[in-house]
Design a protein around this ligand. Structure first.
Ligand code: SF4
Length: 442
């Protein structure tokens, strides 16, 4: 049997899809990239971006007709849109067999078996005290040098624009012992770099009585032999503890790169977003981080055109981009998520204005990113090889500790020895729009 998985959105969904592949491998399903030959099609949805339902309905419009030729085909929809719609999605989309929620990952094989037996559609979207599937460990890709490890799920912050707490449930931290065990197994399988994942990793353990803090967890991951690099995402600026900032100074495997979502530069907008910090507090955190890691590479999320955002508010966002100097930003026009507080706010910004602000925001950031990449030329960095470069030409590709992509030719003397997972000292010789070119030094 073959399973085809289509994944939308964030890293958490990518990680969940890896777990689903693993669960079905135990049921003798092989993954396939060809939906037409699949016995099971799973769509793992995301509702963070705009118009998520449209994307899903269009995919179902492609896949449900395949049942005419393959009546045994089972189609399942999971992730945030499935969680939001529940069994109403089955009514809306005849031909869809299964709707499974964000806490029901591990029950999916039973749901599929049940549908095959009964020939009746099924849905399961209840929230559980401990989300199902968190303890499923995806089999690492034998060629991969990095892997994601989910350390917590859900969020209690309820930012006014965000749907996550409603679709991923309340914050839940996995036991640290289970996380360390997973990291050990990944290291044994040859993984060199782990990305610790969660909706708000800095609040890891805070609501789990007796559990260690996030900074302590990083310390334990740091002890795992074979792991060379540690990253994490996503952080909330209001939860950046001094303990966590000091961890960057004391744990050399902790990479000097951090995604710290700003969202907006105006305090008035931040307040309406319910973010729990001001621009000044955010800058203070950046300052503290740069004291312990002067070269830290920062990335962020920006929402432009939030309800009530004036031109002056927007200018504050642009000022923050200049002041912080992000390597990269992920910027979006505000779009209302039904069910969130901000969806009922007044003073919606016209779409044309949002588009204009987004264009100005991205134009400024492109200049900043380019300046920062150009500043790397001449520097020597340790590059963890991830595989052959997409550019071909016999080049290799990897990432610096700051997560910048570097392509470099293998020197003739060691060309047969370069393998993914190796770390090379590489001198940066050229900067492109999104990547760097380097040469291996001694
Ligand atoms: S912190 Fe805010 S934006 Fe992030 S997941 Fe939680 S509610 Fe959403």
């Amino acid at each position: 049997m073959k399973v085809y998985i289509e994944t939308y959105g964030c890293q958490m969904n990518v990680s969940d899809s890896g777990k689903i592949v693993h669960l079905f491998a135990n049921q003798d399903y092989q993954p396939t990239s060809d939906s037409r030959s699949a016995d099971l099609i799973i769509i793992n949805t995301c509702s963070v971006r705009e118009k998520p339902e449209l994307k899903l309905f269009s995919a179902l419009g492609r896949y449900i007709p395949l049942k005419r030729q393959r009546p045994e085909l089972v189609i399942a929809v999971g992730g945030c849109v499935a969680q939001q719609w529940g069994k109403k999605l089955l009514e809306r989309c005849p031909g869809l067999d299964i709707v499974f929620g964000t806490h029901q990952l591990d029950s999916l094989p039973q749901l599929v078996a049940g549908v095959r037996r009964s020939q009746k559609p099924a849905s399961s979207t209840d929230f559980l005290a401990c989300p199902g599937g968190l303890e499923v460990m995806a089999r690492p890709d034998p060629k991969a040098v990095n892997a994601m490890v989910t350390i917590m799920q859900g969020c209690d912050n309820f930012c006014s624009y965000c749907i996550v707490p409603y679709v991923r449930g309340r914050e839940y931290s996995r036991p640290s012992s289970a996380i360390i065990e997973e990291v050990r197994k990944l290291a044994e399988a040859g993984i060199k770099e782990v990305m610790l994942l969660g909706q708000n990793v800095n609040s890891y353990g805070l609501k789990a009585p007796g559990e260690i803090s996030f900074a302590e967890l990083l310390g334990m991951v740091h002890e795992v032999e074979g792991i060379e690099r540690i990253r994490f995402t996503t952080s909330h600026p209001k939860d950046m503890s001094d303990e966590l900032i000091s961890a960057f100074a004391t744990l050399p495997k902790l990479c000097p790169s951090l995604h710290l979502p700003l969202q907006a530069g105006s305090d008035a907008v931040l307040k309406r977003m319910g973010r729990g910090y001001t621009a000044a507090v955010y800058l203070e955190n950046v300052e503290k981080l740069r004291q312990v890691m002067p070269d830290v590479a920062l990335t962020t999320d920006i929402i432009v055109g939030f309800p009530g955002e004036s031109e002056a508010d927007f200018q504050q966002t642009l000022m923050m981009l200049e002041k912080v100097g992000y390597d990269q930003i992920y910027s979006f026009k505000y779009s209302a998520r039904p069910g969130t507080r901000a969806a009922d706010y007044e003073d919606m910004i016209p779409d044309e204005e949002k588009r204009d602000r987004l264009a100005r925001c991205q134009a400024l950031q492109n200049k900043i990113s380019q300046t920062l990449l150009l500043a790397q030329v001449g520097k020597v960095s340790e590059v963890l090889v991830t595989g052959p470069s997409k550019r071909g030409e016999g080049e290799w590709s990897g990432r610096t500790p700051e997560s910048r992509i570097v392509n470099f030719p293998a020197p003739v003397s060691i060309s047969t020895k370069v393998v993914a997972g190796d770390i090379y000292r590489v001198k940066i010789v050229e900067a492109f729009k999104h990547s760097l070119k380097g040469e291996v030094v001694a």
